[in-house]
Design a protein around this ligand. Structure first.
Ligand code: NDP
Ligand code: GDR
Length: 372
């Protein structure tokens, strides 16, 4: 039975990848962080009772900032494949915690690679690095492919740039089978609630159910190439099954704005939006009102406002990937359209919102929610 070790298994991609590998007959090991409350919600359905025999899913406490811990886990597990998905993955947060982001996202990658090398596992263990389209930042050409120059625009992207190159360096210097998946944005119902797509589907579902009044967003003109996380983890596996290690761009090749994403989600919910704002105007400016009414309507009709707190010190305005190499060499293509993905995310968040309405109606408090 082949063994895989996934860092970041409790995250969006980690949970889909674990499902994918288990379905392919792997023994799957994951690293989870110690937290003061449960943080394994995305993989709880995969949990197997440690008292039962025949287990193929294991979680280990660990952290990418702790090399002794990473070395011990690697030595114990002896994985055939390591998927390094763990990261402080929020671009805006990286401006607030730049040093921590560098420690985890850049040095964490080095710690794993160096542990593989020092343990003498460099001929046995294959390594996947979760690289990012954020490397392109201030884009130098469109669409972006594997040869497009990088221009990172955030502490997150700069840290990921180090991780990208240290992965290439260990491949060239020590012959480790190591590759970078340069993945463009990918989303799902399991996406963290503070990334823009999930914030929109969750916020609008709550508005549709009367749980919230208004959704506050930042730069609605930002353009992204959004795919589905479930499709993208298949590519992570495929990259480790080739004869030679190579880096690949994974994207759909189609771009939408944040504003268009709002429109798609609203349409799924049957919310009629009248967009009256445009661009990055001053605080609280109205972007959209509900229903087909003229501007100057009552405050209760306003459903989208811009809040500059969500602007970034340096923004990545546009990203569009060219996945031709992945299509040609790996036969990979995304299966889910953005419209299908939006529908899936909205359906999930609407279901959650309805549950919360039921709880409220029966006098229970709804955990972790803010009414506005
Ligand atoms: P998530 O934020 O959903 O998951 C990140 C994971 O990393 C979580 O399991 C988190 O644990 C874990 N983690 C964070 N810090 C540490 C640490 N110090 N030590 C150990 N584990 C840690 O990210 P995604 O699943 O969306 O993304 C996976 C990877 O792919 C990330 O590296 C991300 O930067 C990269 N990426 C993502 C893209 C996307 O669009 N989703 C696109 C391109 C790259 P916990 O659950 O405890 O917080
Ligand atoms: P991104 O994703 O920064 O591309 O990084 P995010 O969803 O956070 O932002 C996408 C774009 O939307 C704009 N935006 C907002 N973003 C957030 N989070 N909240 C808002 O209210 C909001 N309003 C507008 C942003 O300014 C940005 O332009 C994601 C992460 O998963 C990274 O880990 C990964 O590497 C990249 O995708 C590819």
């Amino acid at each position: 039975m082949r063994k895989a070790l996934i860092t970041g298994i409790t995250g969006q991609d980690g949970s889909y990848l674990a499902e994918y590998l288990l379905a392919r007959g792997y023994e799957v090991h994951g690293i989870k962080r110690r937290a003061s409350s449960f943080n394994t919600e995305r993989v709880d359905h995969l949990y197997q009772d440690p008292h039962e025999s025949g287990r193929c899913f294991f979680l280990h406490y660990g952290d990418l900032t702790d090399s002794s811990n990473l070395t011990r886990i690697l030595q114990e597990v002896q994985p055939d494949e390591v998927y390094n998905l763990a990261a402080q993955s929020h671009v805006a947060v990286s401006f607030e915690s730049p040093e921590y982001t560098a420690d985890v996202d850049a040095l964490g990658t080095l710690r794993l690679l160096e542990a593989i090398r020092l343990l003498g596992m460099d001929k046995k263990t294959r390594f996947y690095q979760a690289s990012s389209s954020e490397l392109y930042g201030l884009v130098q050409e469109t669409p972006q492919n594997e040869t497009t120059p990088f221009y990172p625009r955030s502490p997150y992207a700069v840290a990921k740039l180090y991780a990208y190159w240290i992965t290439v360096n260990f491949r060239e210097a020590y012959g480790i089978y190591a590759c970078n998946g340069i993945l463009f944005n990918h989303e799902s119902p399991r996406r963290g609630e503070t990334f823009v797509t999930r914030k929109i589907t969750r916020g609008l579902a709550n508005i549709a159910q009367g749980l919230e009044r208004c959704l506050y967003l930042g730069n609605m003109d930002a353009l992204r190439d959004w795919g589905h996380a479930r499709d993208y983890v298949e590519m992570q596996w495929l990259m480790l099954q080739q004869d030679q290690p190579e880096d690949f761009v994974i994207a759909t090749g189609i771009q939408y704005s944040v504003r268009e994403f709002v429109q798609m989600a609203a349409a799924e919910l049957g919310i009629e939006l009248n967009f009256i704002g445009k661009g990055l105007e001053e605080h609280g400016v109205v972007q959209a009102i509900r229903g087909n009414k003229a501007p100057g309507v009552k405050v209760r009709d306003v459903v989208i406002r811009v809040d500059p707190r969500y602007f970034r010190p340096a923004e990545v305005e546009t990203l569009l990937g060219d996945p031709s190499r992945a299509k040609e060499r790996l036969g990979w293509e995304p299966k889910t359209t953005v419209q299908e993905m939006v529908a899936e995310m909205v359906a999930y968040d609407l279901d959650q919102a309805k549950r919360h309405v039921l709880l409220k109606r029966n006098g229970y408090t709804v955990p972790g929610r803010q009414e506005s």
